[in-house]
Design a protein around this ligand. Structure first.
Ligand code: AMP
Ligand code: MN
Ligand code: MN
Ligand code: MN
Length: 286
């Protein structure tokens, strides 16, 4: 069965290719019934997306995906049902966005050193007034012929140990959790299978996340393999955490399409279990 609830996707406010309006129209076309927009470190797309969602009779959830540094690693924490106007959250996100600019300058300088000029301006051109991310550098580098696709450009330029990588400190896990939980939202660990933490550290993360008020982990996501659905369903059960599901759609170029993911494994407690928005909705299709 395919799932018609999608709690993780991106618009041009962060590094997606569709505007909030285009994204929600696309989701509607694919049959999505409940959608959360979760742009990286920014909530600017939510009002527009909500309005368009309602025009389609779709349920809409305010979301965000916060960049966090935990034990020198980058993690993503999704906030669902957040209050985007909660001051600590709004100010915290603003700080992260300012940090993104500083990092972008660092990335551009690093690229300059290997003879790639104009990367800062080039990347900003792709960011179109939204946040600046490595995805925008990737698009610039592909345009200039340095790599053939997104996967290759990250592998050869934009990850740790490569010439265009620039170390950066994101928010702390404690702060990100306090912003989400304090705003009345539900904190969810995004795509835990992507972090390559090792079993012991992964379990320590789950423990710490839970003690900071974390409520769910993504079990089904465009970033996980089918085996990882089972692996993280078990971990969710073990830590008494709910499970979330989302495509992480950024546009045609990355990950999976919308409304293509399977339903959560039977053992999972859906993060939306008690949400009034989804009550009585049929969230599965063949
Ligand atoms: P940033 O938050 O600026 O460091 O950028 C992270 C974003 O880059 C992620 O949200 C993905 O959209 C994208 N990304 C990271 N690694 C890869 C990869 N290997 N291939 C494609 N996109 C990636
Ligand atoms: Mn992204
Ligand atoms: Mn992510
Ligand atoms: Mn994402």
């Amino acid at each position: 069965m395919r799932s018609l609830i999608d709690l993780h996707c991106h618009s041009t406010v962060s590094d997606g290719v569709l505007t909030p309006t285009e994204l929600v129209n696309y989701a509607a076309e694919k049959g999505v019934r409940v959608l959360a927009l979760t742009d990286h470190d920014d909530v600017a797309g939510l009002p527009e997306a909500r309005q368009v969602a309602h025009s389609h009779g779709m349920q809409f959830i305010d979301g965000v995906e916060i960049s966090v540094t935990w034990r020198r690693r980058t993690l993503h924490i999704v906030g669902l049902k957040i209050n985007p106007e909660y001051p600590a959250l709004a100010e915290g996100l603003e700080k992260i966005r300012a940090g993104r600019h500083v990092r972008a300058v660092g990335i551009a300088n690093a690229l300059e050193k290997i003879g790639i000029h104009g990367a800062l301006e080039g990347a900003y051109e792709y960011s179109k007034g939204g946040i600046i991310s490595r995805t925008h550098f990737a698009r610039f580098l592909i345009e200039k012929g340095y790599a053939k696709d997104t996967k290759a450009v990250f592998k050869h330029y934009l990850v740790k140990g490569k010439p265009g990588y620039f170390e950066h400190q994101w928010a702390t896990l404690e702060d990100a959790m306090a912003w989400i939980v304090g705003s009345g939202g539900v904190a969810v660990i995004a795509h835990p299978g992507r972090y390559d933490l090792g079993r012991v550290t992964m379990l320590e993360l789950m423990h710490e996340f839970r003690s900071l008020g974390g409520r769910a982990i993504e079990v089904v996501t465009g970033s996980h393999t089918v085996d990882q659905y089972q692996e993280f369903a078990k971990i969710a059960h073990q830590f008494d955490l709910a499970s979330s599901s989302g495509s992480d759609y950024h546009g045609k170029e990355t990950y999976i399409d919308m409304a293509k993911l399977p339903s959560l494994p039977r053992s999972c407690v859906p993060v939306w279990q008690d949400w009034p928005e989804v009550k009585g909705l049929e969230l599965e299709a063949h």
